[in-house]
Every structure is written in C-alpha cells, then in structure tokens.
Design a protein around this ligand. Sequence first.
Ligand SMILES: N[C@@H](CCC(=O)N[C@@H](CS)C(=O)NCC(=O)O)C(=O)O
Length: 204
Amino acid sequence: MYTLYYLPGACALATQVVLRELKQPFELVDKRDVDNFLAINPTGKIPALKEGKNTLLEGAAILLYLLKKHENTLLPQSDIAQKQKAIENIMFANATMHPAYNRLFFATAAIIDDKARQPFLDAAAAAINELWIIVEKKLAHQAFLAGEQVSAADIMLAVYARWGSYFPVEINIPDKVRKMLARIEARPSFIASVAAEQTHSADV
Ligand SMILES: N[C@@H](CCC(=O)N[C@@H](CS)C(=O)NCC(=O)O)C(=O)O
C-alpha cells in the first residue's frame, strides 16, 4: 500500500492517475494535513510517495519506479529504443513542460503589481505555446506520444495542460494535442483521480 502526498490540481495528480492505471491501492494525503511535511520532503514539494519505510521523491523518478515495479503498458519494456523514447518523453514533460508552467506560478507569486506582471506571464505563455507545437509535431502520425497506446508522459502533459486556465494568458493547445489530452481526461483513472482530490483525504 502506497501513501501519495498531493495538493489539489498539482503535478501529483499524474502520480495518482498512474497508480490507478497500475491498479495499485494507495492512501491519498493532502500535504497541508501533515504537521511537518519537510520531514517527508525537504524541498516541501509534492509528489512524495511512501512505500512502507521508504519515501520516494521527484515526480519522474517516482513514475519510473512504479512503471518498473508493476506490470503495465504505459512504458515499453522489451524494445530498448522504444523504452528510451518513452523515458525521454517523461523527462520532456517533467523537466521541460512542467518548469515552463512553473514560470506562470512564480511570476504570479513574485510580482505583486498586475501591470508589471503581465509581460512576464505573456513571455512564459509564449514559451509554453512553443512547447505545445513540439508536442503537436510528435503526434503528427499517432494518437499518443508512444504511438497508439497511452504512455505516462501523455498523462503528465494532461495534468500540466490544466494549469493554463489559472492565469490571464493565451495558451494555444494545437488540435492533435487537444485530442490527445481529451482522451486522457476521459479515462476512468483520470476522472477518479480528479474526484478523489476534491475530498480532503481518501483511501482508494
Ligand atoms: N522537481 C519536483 C517538482 C515538483 C513540484 O514543483 N511540485 C509542486 C506542485 S506541481 C509543488 O509541490 N508546489 C507546492 C509548493 O511549492 O509549495 C518534481 O518533479 O517532483
């Protein structure tokens, strides 16, 4: 049994979706309900995943651990080139797209004046839009990043894409990406994960 620390709407939603895709039971704990979350993750960030006495940190590393441990089709196992491409896509999501959205959160928290903040938000949005064009090209001949089968990176991107609506910016999600994100958001695992985050704390 795993314990997943999360914040509503944040990147741990992808971890939860993957746990559900893998049919793994877990307890969901809002990090704000933990007295000293820094003892769990010194950076204060979610996701953190507890498995017995072990604490796993860093979203991409957690996903790779789960995908290695539990049988799945979210990460190709036999073909080394396909597996490497899938890992590259997970890293693109976690280390390129996620930080691009982080700029929106950072500017919003750091720049109090609306007028001064907007150019930073617009520049961040322009950079995000360029990344979505790259994803659109990756999807030119396939439904998902790894082909016709859902992969972990698609799930991560579907979580991050939801953040654009929090800010007064124009995020352009191209057509093929939009369709891919809609397919992910329609999965029972995604719907159940969003619903579980609405309740304060839940056993799944
Ligand atoms: N490199 C970390 C970054 C995680 C991260 O930025 N988490 C955000 C939510 S998406 C967070 O915990 N924000 C809350 C905070 O900073 O207090 C990872 O991939 O796990």
